[in-house]
Design a binder for this molecule. Sequence first.
Ligand code: ZN
Length: 357
Amino acid sequence: MKNFGLLFVCLSVIGAPHSRVWAAEVEYPIILVPTGSDTYTFPEGYQTPWDQVQIRVTEKLSPNLFVLHGSEGLDRLHPDASGGRVMVLFGPDGVLLVDTQGRQVADKTLAAIRTFSDGPIKVLVNSHIHPDHSGANAFFANQGAVIFGQENLRLDMINPQDVNGQPASPRHPAAVPVVTYQYDASTPGKPAVTLHMNGETVDFIPMMPSHTAGDTVVRFRNANVIYIEDFYRNVGYPYAAQRRGGSIKGMIEAIDLFQSIAGPDTWLIPGHGTLIRKDDLLPYRAMLVDILARVTALRDEGKSLEEVLAENLTAPYEQTTQGDTRRSKDRFITAVYDEVKDFPPIVNGSRTMPTHP
Ligand SMILES: [Zn+2]
């Protein structure tokens, strides 16, 4: 009797705390390196010292879904954490990458992956064309990756334009996606590709022209996580890369789509800034709608771009916007100004936008 009682006590002592420890271990996301939140300033003529930028595992979203991001305080364009986030799904089926970071840090990005996986690099999907996301495409293609992306992204890579709309030099052939798909406005949110790898089900969902005309968001169904790339940002003001086919109005549509494709607990992983949930998109949407209405009214009154910029329309949002540089504000307002009148169509994945002095 005595022994039986002791055994019962032992089992309850072992059982109860063990399940609590286990529950704590599977609490995702695990934030290993928070994105920086300082006010960053750089001297005139500052160049990012790529040799000093470290690429590290900054977040874990499941036991085999990790995020890589660059170090804080060095990259002028992304001072809170250098470059664009990379997601890495790994396991017995090999490595799937969402984006690559820049070509300047390609070796370091691969080295960071090799700290937790020695599997073959198999699949790479590009969320969009910007070099902080696709700059190391050729490097990872040479590691064995098959590159996926929207057809508009491929077209923009092979027919690139400079800032004046003139032909620029195309990307290395190895950098160009080999599997492409298109956004279908009649079925927004429908995956173009679904992959089953490493116990995950991964959806590549083509987006409407929003950050660019070639955006893809990537959903990891089991981890309940979606990489939302750059149509949303919480560092600086919204950036619709219109020359790449982006659209401010499309960014509003993208947010609305997320109200249906994401659940209340789904973690959304922006290309830059901090992790969010879909409710965090709503104040951002309200700002886009408000600025769009104000700029439309001013433009209808015949105001010039300079006059509209001088109105400082983003003033009500300054308290809540981190990293609100003059450049980021003016880029946002200029994009809205250009979009509300004579907005050029997308040709070969890009738009010929007006140039402002
Ligand atoms: Zn980016």
